[in-house]
Write a protein that binds this ligand. Structure first.
Ligand SMILES: [Zn+2]
Length: 392
């Protein structure tokens, strides 16, 4: 009986300890007094827990701004170098790796080209690159809290398993198992757009309860925040708006249907249409080329794509009525060409009662949204075990 009580009290103590750390991470620099006021813990409890966090190097003291008189207040902040998170974004033509410190600030980055390799080759190269990236940046293995991997595809987040990433042409890969075995770190795997909506919510729209992030690249992925939380649905893959059918006579999609939104509104659609009409290849990196400003065919195709993008957005607004609808992904290279047409179609076709309530935005985090989101996810999942493991 007594053992149970001891167990419980340790559990509660650990919970409080990590709870306080999370608050310092989120709101720091913050004073002990502010922590006590905002948590309802006594000053003594805060002092004790903060002391333990400081003894283990997780929290440090800092002076925030100038004192308003009397004793200069001492604020608490996370020691950024007490832990690191690696965030990996596997895109169709490149991989980006960001190193985040414990404050979830970007410390270093690495970009790799991956064209022409099989999934297994890519993953093996990635293992070597992650190892040398950590070495170059002098990051010890025991300081790594976890590695987050995002991919454009159907992901079983619980098991870290990729079902299918059509534009990468990857299928049925145990991403988590592979990296855990080769790297020895804790691995979190997530769909790119789901990670991106978390990143965008956290850093740009912290108070928004209902939002949709539409990631437009070679395909279209979507992430939904519903009542403040990521919405996954029964399968874990809710939000596959890329496969709503907007023209049943349209081109065949890899999912087997015809005229899915992503077959008519992605960057792949623009480049394949451009090739069909001019015989010229248009790489993603070409999209910001100045001479396209005077290329009539290009402008026609982009205009049509913008209107197709808007049709899908109308469906999202009419079905979910989000507070905020964010457009992200490589399509934003064409922001200046597409937004006017998108706004026009939304005004014309979305139900006005719903349209009035939605804010349409372009991603402020650009191609880093998913990386911020997955870093936060890795932090949230692993920080408790990390702190308790190092302190006890
Ligand atoms: Zn489809």
């Amino acid at each position: 009986m007594q053992e149970v009580q001891v167990g419980n009290s340790r559990y509660i103590r650990d919970l409080n300890l990590t709870g306080i750390f999370r608050l310092i991470q989120k709101y720091g620099p913050i004073s002990r007094k502010e922590l006590a006021e905002n948590t309802g813990y006594s000053a003594a409890t805060i002092t004790n827990h903060v002391k333990r966090l400081m003894d283990e190097g997780f929290v440090i003291e800092t002076n925030k701004g100038s004192s308003t008189g009397g004793r200069r207040p001492v604020y608490l902040t996370v020691n950024p170098d007490q832990g690191y998170i690696l965030a990996v974004d596997i895109e169709v033509n490149q991989i980006r790796i960001l190193l985040f410190d414990l404050n979830l600030k970007i410390k270093e980055k690495l970009e790799l080209a991956i064209g022409g390799r099989t999934a297994e080759e890519v993953l093996l190269v990635l293992v070597d690159q992650i190892k040398s990236f950590c070495q170059q940046n002098n990051i010890k293995a025991d300081k790594i809290i976890g590695v987050g991997v995002v991919l454009p595809g159907l992901v079983d987040n619980k098991n870290g398993y990729l079902h299918f990433a059509p534009n990468l042409k990857w299928r049925d890969i145990d991403i988590k198992g592979f990296f855990e075995k080769k790297l020895g770190y804790k691995i979190v795997v997530e769909n790119e757009a789901k990670a991106a909506v978390l990143g965008e919510k956290e850093l740009v729209f912290p108070d928004v309860e209902n939002m949709v992030y539409v990631s437009i690249n070679e395909g279209i992925g979507c992430g939904i925040i519903f009542n403040g939380n990521l919405y996954r649905g029964a399968s874990g893959n809710a939000g596959e708006f890329g496969h709503i059918i907007i023209d049943s006579n349209g081109p065949e999609c890899h999912c087997g249907n015809y005229g899915c939104w992503e077959t008519l509104a992605s960057t792949k659609y623009i480049s394949s249409r451009y090739f069909a009409e001019t015989g010229r290849l248009l790489a993603y990196s070409d999209l910001s080329r100045q001479e396209l400003d005077s290329d009539k065919i290009f402008q026609e195709i982009v205009k049509e794509t913008a209107r197709n993008i808007a049709i899908g957005l109308v469906n999202i607004i009419n079905s979910l009525s989000p507070d905020v609808l964010v457009i992200g992904g490589n399509i934003l290279t064409l922001e200046k060409y597409i937004m006017g047409d998108i706004e026009e179609v939304l005004a014309e076709k979305a139900l006005s009662v719903l349209k009035q309530k939605v804010e349409l935005a372009c991603s402020k985090l650009g191609n880093k949204a998913a990386l911020y989101g997955i870093a936060r996810m890795v932090f949230d999942i692993n920080i408790e075990e990390e702190i308790i493991g190092r302190i006890n």
